[in-house]
Design a protein around this ligand. Structure first.
Ligand SMILES: [Fe+2]
Length: 310
């Protein structure tokens, strides 16, 4: 073992079921440089978002959109591993807490998730929208869920861009019982079988390292990767990741006859299921909204992954 290789350790809360490598703490990195026009558009969009988001009527509009949330089922074959059969992972991404999604609205969504009795609950990044304090909203609603194997999260570009200190972002989540998968993975064991659950830092605003996220995985072990941006799939497929779970696109958020003003993917991974060889990608339309409290042609979505033994 070299100095760089992580050591396997157990998570104290459930030492028999979950093993992980030594995690590395998240960091805030210098903001990436973008074209001045892009910066101006962002500045305008954020001001508009904050102006509208501080009004109760905007939250009420979004509440109506949330009532249409789809709790889709995503099947994940796990081969001859009966111990994993029926295991469920709820994947919540792009909450963008604060602007339109407040604690009451999140109660509504997490209450529905609780009815589906997930064994694992994962957050796919962009938990906050434009203010660090928005992470506080997660505190109360999270108590609605008690997944057996716990909560896991990866950061998104909004978390990196708008939180002044990603170390404290991680601390706050971990104080709520959420394990942050910053380029590392955990082994989930049930009934004598196991799979590897890994997560990477954000593609554009973080420092992703997929090799490190997969360190510790056994040969042939089924693998699920949390990666905020779906364009990570190209690399995930090369590393034999069975299922990559992503968000970031909001499914376009506002789609008119299939066209959306913002795509957030260079490879057409806007929403739904994609395949490359034996590797699959599922892009969730996510839960929250940015800029406007609207979803048109792109309902909010919480995929529930269900492991299926063959
Ligand atoms: Fe994002």
């Amino acid at each position: 073992m070299t100095a760089l290789e992580p050591r396997i350790r157990s998570i104290e809360t459930s030492p028999c079921d979950v093993q992980t490598v030594e995690p590395v703490r998240l960091q805030s990195w210098p903001k990436r440089r973008r074209h001045p026009l892009h910066e101006f558009a962002d500045f305008f969009a954020v001001r508009l978002n904050r102006l509208i988001g501080d009004h109760g009527w905007a939250k009420r509009i979004y509440w109506q959109a949330l009532r249409q949330t789809e709790y889709s089922e995503v099947r994940m074959p796990v081969g001859d591993r009966p111990g994993l059969h029926g295991l469920r992972i709820a994947f919540l991404t792009d909450l963008h807490l604060g602007s339109y999604l407040d604690a009451d609205a999140l109660d509504l969504v997490l209450g529905e998730v609780a009815l589906r009795r997930p064994d694992i609950v994962c957050f796919g990044g962009d938990l906050i929208n434009t203010r660090a304090s928005e992470l506080d909203i997660l505190d109360r609603p999270l108590r609605l869920l008690r997944p057996r194997f716990g909560f896991f999260a990866v950061p998104g570009n909004h978390d990196h861009h708008w939180h002044h200190d990603m170390g404290s972002w991680q601390d706050q989540l971990e104080a709520l019982g959420v394990t942050v998968l910053n380029n590392h993975g955990v082994r989930i064991e049930r009934g004598g079988d196991s799979f590897w659950l890994a997560g990477v830092d954000d593609l554009t605003d973080g420092r992703p390292d997929i090799r490190r996220a997969l360190w510790g995985r056994d040969e042939g072990e089924p693998t699920v990767l949390l990666a905020h941006q779906p364009d990570h799939f190209l690399e995930a497929a090369k590393h034999r990741v069975d299922l990559t779970l992503s968000g970031h696109t909001h499914g376009g958020q506002v789609r008119i006859r299939g066209w959306a003003p913002i795509s957030h993917t260079r490879h057409g991974y806007t929403a739904g299921r994609f395949r490359d060889g034996d590797s699959e990608l599922y892009v969730s339309r996510g839960v929250g909204a940015t800029i406007l409290p609207l979803r048109v042609g792109a309902r909010a979505e919480v995929p529930i992954v269900r492991c299926v033994a063959e």
